[in-house]
Design a protein around this ligand. Structure first.
Ligand code: UT7
Length: 329
């Protein structure tokens, strides 16, 4: 029998002060897509759970989406912009090859201090970024970290490839992670994994050192699906065990929103009721590293997640990379 998690034994190094998100104005429905390519609302809904997605306008950059989400996260955190001392942006669709989108957002916020960088771990990027932020805070190298997941996947999709273009959308979400000890809440644990042997299962066929193009998303969907269910359920099981937690103590799971069937099957494998899985894929589609903070912000704004509850964040993406984070909100 596993020991029950006790509040007293946990030393939280970082807690979530606030969250924010941004979605572009334009909505593209499955029916809109079915007028341009050989697909149907029925196929997309049944195979993925997606009904629509948001698409950025031509003049919007990744940093514009990230900046809007960041502003809201800072406002909801009730701190000043100048309190931020580190910005981490998880993204696979940056404004430029370099400098980082994080430095662009730093400038847009008018921040003249601290430091900023991007993290590239495909759809697992937000989990990687949380882990890095938590470590900087626990090592006392930062106090208030703005962690952003921001993506414009519409720019790297082949809009004639029905097997990928129906799956993704654009958007951004952000949180402020802080060393604020008064909250008695925060990140309990984050586990990260990768296995480069599966590089070719999900990748973009362009890059600076390969062909100097930005390229398009290529995916062996069925194989990624199989890895997703197995790796995510194992990862959560191990993390619970490591932290002396039992499944019943989980109040909510926020999975990376890649496919509703993956989320349901992972929950089934773990023996966790589907009602505890927070889902936004129907409206937002797969927004890669933005999908977790977008869903978190939705759940917080609707007061679905309450202070003191245990939340598991989990994601898998190109690399393959995967991981999960357990937190007390
Ligand atoms: O975010 C990072 C992680 N990503 C993921 O976790 C995604 C994992 N994979 C998946 O979610 C699923 O594999 C997909 C949603 C991508 C595909 O679903 P599937 O059930 O694995 O379908 P499939 O690729 O095996 O395709 C089944 C059929 C094929 O036709 P045939 O060969 O059986 O005649 C496809 O050509 O569905 C066809 N198809 C489509 N039909 C209508 C593929 N895409 C479409 C489409 N509309 N958009």
């Amino acid at each position: 029998m596993q020991k029950k998690y006790s509040n007293k034994r946990i030393k939280f190094s970082s807690c979530i002060l606030g969250c924010g998100s941004y979605l572009p104005k334009k909505i593209v429905t499955n029916n809109d897509l079915s007028k341009k390519i050989d697909t149907s609302d029925e196929w997309i809904k049944t195979r993925t759970g997606i009904k629509q997605r948001y698409i950025a306008s031509k003049n919007q950059l990744n940093s514009d989406l990230g900046f809007q989400a960041a502003r809201k996260a800072i406002k909801n955190s009730k701190i000043k912009i100048s309190d931020i001392d580190l910005i981490i942006v998880a993204t696979s669709t940056p404004d430029h090859t370099f400098p980082s989108t994080a430095t662009k957002i730093q400038a847009k916020l008018g921040l003249k201090k601290g430091f900023a960088f991007d993290v590239q771990a495909a759809c697992s990027g937000f989990i990687y970024a949380i882990s890095i932020a938590d470590n900087y805070i626990s090592n006392k190298q930062a106090k208030n970290v703005l962690v952003i997941g921001s993506e414009i996947f519409s720019r790297i999709l082949d809009w004639n490839d029905r097997s990928t273009c129906v799956l993704f959308g654009d958007g951004a979400g952000a949180i402020v992670l802080s060393d604020n000890k008064k909250k008695n809440s925060g990140i309990i644990s984050t586990e990260l994994y990768s296995d480069g042997r599966f590089y070719d299962l999900l990748y973009v066929n362009g890059g600076v050192s390969s062909n100097q193009k930005s390229g398009h998303v290529k995916m062996k969907g069925k194989e990624v699906f199989r890895h997703a269910v197995e790796k995510l359920s194992n990862c959560i099981e191990l993390s619970l065990k490591k932290n002396n937690l039992v499944k019943d103590q989980i109040d909510w799971i926020i999975p990376h929103q890649a496919n509703k069937r993956i989320m349901d099957m992972t929950a089934n494998k773990l023996g966790i009721p589907r009602e505890k899985i927070l889902i936004t894929i129907d409206r937002y589609a797969n927004t890669s590293s933005a999908s977790i903070p977008l869903t978190l912000d939705y759940a917080l704004s609707k007061k679905i997640i309450k202070r003191g509850q245990i939340v598991v964040l989990e994601a898998i993406g190109g690399g393959l990379t995967w991981g999960c984070s357990i937190l007390k909100y």
